[in-house]
Design a protein around this ligand. Structure first.
Ligand code: NAP
Length: 212
């Protein structure tokens, strides 16, 4: 049995908020941080903060919460210790000024480029549409915030959706990993509306089933 239920890579605003919520949901959470031995990070994550490599080894489910500009290289570096694990990619691949998606030369989503960097690791795009400040809400009670999830492995996607539900979110099955570009674009839309125009705090996806 793994020592932890889940690992979060990056003790920044988002990674720390998510790790805190997971702990409030009763999960054992390891946090990977470059600053694992600093009092500031220890004050937040106690003895559960460690170098990135150790956090990857600590559980079978790893959430990537580092800035997009270092996400691919971080994943490539960690590839040996990510083998056999599920990697949930929470990053948003945007240009430095947050005006556009960074689709690189191949027009691929960030999640697909992370999957390529990770080798055979199952990647699930997830959590990228959540605003860090809203993660502090209640874990129990009717779930309000959605977590969009897409990935090629049904098992890996289900695992991340179960994690999201356990944390009091509403998981939304968004299909295969090729759909990640759509989720990344949706996240950029909410950022622009929420931060630039002060309209709302996020987006919700609603599937019109055609009924009614
Ligand atoms: N903020 C949000 O509301 C939000 C919502 C959805 C998704 N996201 C995504 O989550 C990711 C993290 O966002 P954030 O808001 O938490 O950003 P942040 O506050 O800047 O934190 C990012 C963390 O990444 C780690 N990191 C590792 N290598 C790094 C490097 N070379 N330079 C800088 N930081 C490095 C650092 O943690 P250590 O020092 O502990 O290693 C840093 O604290 C981004 O990809 C973002 O798009 C954020």
């Amino acid at each position: 049995m793994s020592a932890y239920d889940v690992s979060v890579l990056g003790a920044g605003k988002f990674g720390s908020a998510l790790a805190g919520r997971m702990r409030r949901a009763g999960l054992r959470v390891a946090v990977g941080s470059r600053r694992h031995d600093t009092p500031q990070v220890r004050a937040v994550h106690g003895g559960d903060v460690m170098p990135y490599e150790d956090a990857c080894r600590a559980s079978g489910l790893v959430v990537l919460a580092v800035p997009w500009r270092v996400a691919v290289e971080t994943t490539a570096r960690l590839r040996p210790v990510l083998a056999g694990r599920v990697l949930a990619d929470a990053t948003n691949p945007v240009t430095a000024d947050w005006s556009r998606l960074d689709v690189g030369e191949g027009g691929l989503s960030g999640a697909e480029r992370i999957a390529a960097a990770a080798g055979g690791v199952e990647v699930v795009k997830a959590f990228n549409g959540l605003k860090a400040e809203l993660i502090d809400g209640p874990v129990h009670g009717p779930p309000v915030r959605q977590v969009w999830c897409c990935g090629d492995s049904d098992e890996a996607r289900a695992r991340v959706m179960t994690l999201a539900a356990r944390c009091g979110f509403l998981p939304v099955d968004c299909g295969r990993l090729e759909n990640a570009l759509c989720l990344e674009a949706a996240a950029l839309l909410w950022v622009k509306l929420a931060y630039w125009e002060g309209r709302g705090e996020g987006l919700r996806l609603v599937l019109d089933t055609g009924a009614g």
